[in-house]
Design a protein around this ligand. Structure first.
Ligand code: ADP
Length: 257
């Protein structure tokens, strides 16, 4: 896929980033951060240079999901740029690493903060920057999509009808901004007991979105207790157990971006 970073308004620190992937959901709690982080580490394990921007200012999850040695963003005094935190070879920027009273916490407005993280971080050379978007389709999301030349979007949803109504808004937002939505991850799609699939949240919302909006890839991610446990202990499942079935599902997601 061609990168879109030759846009004249490209933020300086993003100039050497080839692909910018927005991982988005329209509701909180559907597994957007879990998807972002496991996707990022899957790409890294495939040999790519990867960064994650946790743009969820209200509830940053990254500080719980990974455990870097130095969990604080540093500002280079000479250049005024922010240096991402690093964990297992992936560069990470999250509001949750800003520390209290830090120099980068100037503006009170969410958009201002995200803008600051976006425009002053020096990402260096990256193959992929994964943006863990704030949930929803409001001003913050719109601004982000306008400031950053997003290459592709991955939309995360759950199988319920309620989720469908919301996720539709997200897909429409990306369509309006001419950002191709490459895949829908239907998370917590089912769980399996003795070879039988159980679908506690119903089914069909992912397929319906793909059909209706021409999204080429639908990936169904089961309910996996280990995914949640790893998220809570600071080491993503795909790093802990790269050969398990869940890790191979994330490889399928990675193949779509
Ligand atoms: P969001 O970023 O959309 O708010 P999170 O990624 O933080 O959602 O996920 C919400 C909760 O659900 C977390 O505790 C996470 O570990 C858990 N979770 C997400 N996806 C799965 C899954 N497929 N199986 C089991 N637990 C999951």
């Amino acid at each position: 896929q061609p990168a879109r970073n030759d846009a004249p308004e490209t933020v300086e620190g993003l100039r050497r980033v080839s692909h910018i992937i927005a991982v988005s959901s329209c509701k909180g709690g559907v597994g957007k951060s879990t998807t972002s982080v496991n996707l990022a580490y899957t790409l890294a394990m495939m040999g790519a240079k990867v960064g994650i921007l946790d743009a969820d200012v209200y509830g940053p999850s990254l500080p719980t999901m990974i455990s870097p040695d130095v969990p604080v963003l540093e500002m280079d005094k000479e250049t005024g740029t922010i240096k991402p935190v690093e964990y297992e070879g992936v560069k990470v920027v999250s509001f949750g690493f800003a520390g209290q009273g830090s120099a980068i916490m100037r503006g009170p407005m969410v958009s201002g903060l995200i803008n600051q993280l976006l425009t002053t971080t020096d990402w260096g050379e990256l193959d992929y920057l994964i943006i863990d978007m704030p949930p929803g389709t409001g001003d913050v999301q719109l601004t982000l999509c306008q400031v950053v030349p997003i290459t592709a979007a991955v939309v995360v949803t759950t199988p319920q009808k309620l989720a469908f109504i919301d996720v539709e808004k997200g897909v429409r937002m990306f369509a309006k901004l001419a950002v191709p939505c490459v895949s829908v991850v239907e998370n917590m799609s089912y769980f399996e007991v003795d070879g039988v699939k159980h679908k506690p949240f119903g089914e069909g919302s992912g397929a319906k979105i793909c059909e209706q909006y021409g999204v080429p890839n639908l990936l169904q991610m089961p309910i996996v207790p280990d995914l949640s446990a790893c998220g809570d202990t600071g080491r993503p499942l795909v790093l802990r157990d790269p050969t398990c079935e869940t890790s191979s599902r994330y490889q399928e997601v990675a193949a779509t971006v």
